[in-house]
Structure formats: structure tokens, C-alpha cells
Design a protein around this ligand. Structure first.
Ligand SMILES: [Cu+2]
Length: 130
């Protein structure tokens, strides 16, 4: 009797495992052309993981940095001497496509490129988390 219950529990656990191990990840494609992002607002759900596929068709490199105001300011001021690889922070070399996955919390965020002058020029947008 006890062995039978354990088997049922194992089957139940097995049935749950795949759902939690591979949550659905939405892909959002973003283009960069003439130093402008193709989107200026991105809507996501709280807790959602989104894979951003960013294609840069310009002859110069660009960045796609996700973060709050503090993150954007830190990158704009260039106070980070070294950029460790982080989710939501990528450089897209000229003519290339780079992707990054980012899991959102509950608050709105910003995205932008912080090559000199680009953010101020308009290479930025908002991510509305709701
Ligand atoms: Cu740029």
C-alpha cells in the first residue's frame, strides 16, 4: 500500500517537472537602422522571460542595455571599467544579430545604447511591465 502511494507521487512529480523546467520564452525581434531602434516601447508581463533578438544593419556597433535609470546612467557615464556578461546587456557589432534573454520583475525599465551620444540622440525606449 505504501509502495503504491510512493509510485503515484513519483508519477505526479514527473508530470510537473517538464512544465517548470522549460517555461515558454517569448521572442521579441528588434532592428537597429540609422542609429535608431525599431521599437520605442516594449510591453512585457511581470515575471516574464523574453528573448530579445537584436539585428544591427548599421556599419557601426551598437548596444542594447536593459535596466532602470541607475543602470542607464551608469552606462551613460561610462563608470564601469569592465563589462562582465550580464543578461540584458549586449553589444551588437556592425551587421550582426545578437540575442539576450531577460527575466522581468514588477517595475518598468528602460533600454538604450550608450555609445557616445547615442542615448541622448534617441537610441532608447521604455519597457512597460504590466
Ligand atoms: Cu548606438
Amino acid at each position: 500500500m505504501r509502495r503504491g502511494l510512493a509510485a503515484v507521487e513519483l508519477v505526479a512529480l514527473g508530470a510537473c517537472a517538464p512544465a517548470s523546467a522549460s517555461p515558454t520564452v517569448r521572442t521579441v525581434a528588434i532592428g537597429i537602422h540609422y542609429s535608431a531602434f525599431s521599437l520605442d516601447t516594449i510591453d512585457v508581463e511581470p515575471g516574464e522571460t523574453v528573448r530579445f533578438v537584436v539585428t544591427n544593419t548599421d556599419p557601426i556597433d551598437h548596444e542594447f542595455i536593459i535596466g532602470d535609470r541607475a543602470v542607464q546612467i551608469a552606462h551613460e557615464l561610462g563608470t564601469e571599467a569592465f563589462h562582465p556578461p550580464r543578461p540584458g546587456e549586449i553589444t551588437i557589432p556592425a551587421g550582426e544579430t545578437v540575442s539576450t534573454a531577460f527575466t522581468f520583475g514588477g517595475g518598468d525599465l528602460l533600454f538604450g545604447c550608450h555609445l557616445p551620444g547615442h542615448y541622448v540622440y534617441g537610441m532608447r525606449g521604455t519597457i512597460e511591465v504590466a
